[in-house]
Design a protein around this ligand. Structure first.
Ligand SMILES: Nc1nc2c(ncn2[C@@H]2O[C@H](COP(=O)(O)OP(=O)(O)O)[C@@H](O)[C@H]2O)c(=O)[nH]1
Ligand SMILES: [Mg+2]
Length: 239
């Protein structure tokens, strides 16, 4: 039984995952379990995690072998975290964009909120990515999500989040349908519809240090369509 489960979806993150796990363990979070959900990455990410897990029971691999997807992996991670008996659940990327030093702060916020997220767009937060295009896309996407879904969170696309068990149960992870990166918006909308208290804490969002991004233009475009779909599903009473 773990108190805090940190879920990390991975696809070809062999170079990042060992370093990230080391940094999280250094935080010495009581009752922590790091759960890496890997989609059978061709670069052998899973072997690295399995090997660490053999020596350290605080690290566990959840290997997926079906069709890959950030959403499918995220959903499995949430369900597994609840099964592990987690009181608090964190989700984060493996590529060092989400600095683990913020984890204790996110967890602390759960004393006053149902959900806490690392935000680039609140005062004190920053987006340090080099690509002007990516930074502007993030801002436009937020504008669009605020307008369509009526969510007041400033950084709706942040995938660095912490949940109380109750909050995650309210979101009903078993019902998540997004197979890809749109899970980030879907989960936030589910949280919004449930009236969860969401707190943003400023983070400095870094460029990924190693490996390559899996989010290209087609996924970005699909993300915009999914936001509309979420609204329509809500209108038709399906969400
Ligand atoms: N399990 C799994 N993880 C994925 C998949 N696609 C992306 N990820 C992970 O999701 C996180 C965010 O992906 P990333 O490529 O950094 O997206 P970006 O930050 O938007 O460019 C990283 O930890 C990725 O390894 C996938 O298909 N399956
Ligand atoms: Mg990334």
């Amino acid at each position: 039984m773990a108190d805090v489960v940190i879920t990390i979806p991975t696809y070809n993150e062999r170079e990042n995952i060992r370093i990230l796990i080391g940094k999280i363990l250094e935080l010495k979070i009581p009752g922590v379990l790091i759960l890496v959900i890997d989609d059978n990455s061709p670069d052998g990410t899973a072997e690295v995690v399995r090997e660490i897990g053999k020596k350290d029971k605080r690290v566990k691999l959840l290997l997926r072998t079906g069709p890959r997807g950030r959403g499918a992996a995220g959903k499995d991670g949430f369900l597994a975290a609840l099964k592990e008996g987690a009181d608090l659940i964190v989700e984060m990327d493996a590529d060092m964009s989400h600095d683990p030093k913020y984890i204790p702060k996110l967890l602390e916020e759960l004393n006053h909120a149902d959900m806490a997220l690392g935000s680039r767009l609140v005062s004190g937060g920053e987006d340090n990515r080099k690509s002007f295009f990516r930074r502007i896309i993030t801002k436009l996407a937020n504008f669009y999500i605020h307008f369509i879904l009526g969510i007041r969170v400033k950084d709706c696309n942040s995938g660095f989040r912490a949940y109380t068990r109750k909050a995650l149960e309210a979101i009903e992870p078993g019902k998540i349908f997004s197979q890809g990166p749109a899970i980030v918006q879907e989960v936030l909308y589910r949280a919004h519809l449930k009236g969860l208290r969401i707190k943003e804490i400023p983070i400095s969002f870094k460029e990924r240090e190693r490996g390559t991004s899996k989010l290209g233009i087609p996924q970005l475009w699909k993300g915009y369509v999914v936001v509309l779909k979420l609204k329509l599903l809500h209108w038709f009473g399906r969400m």
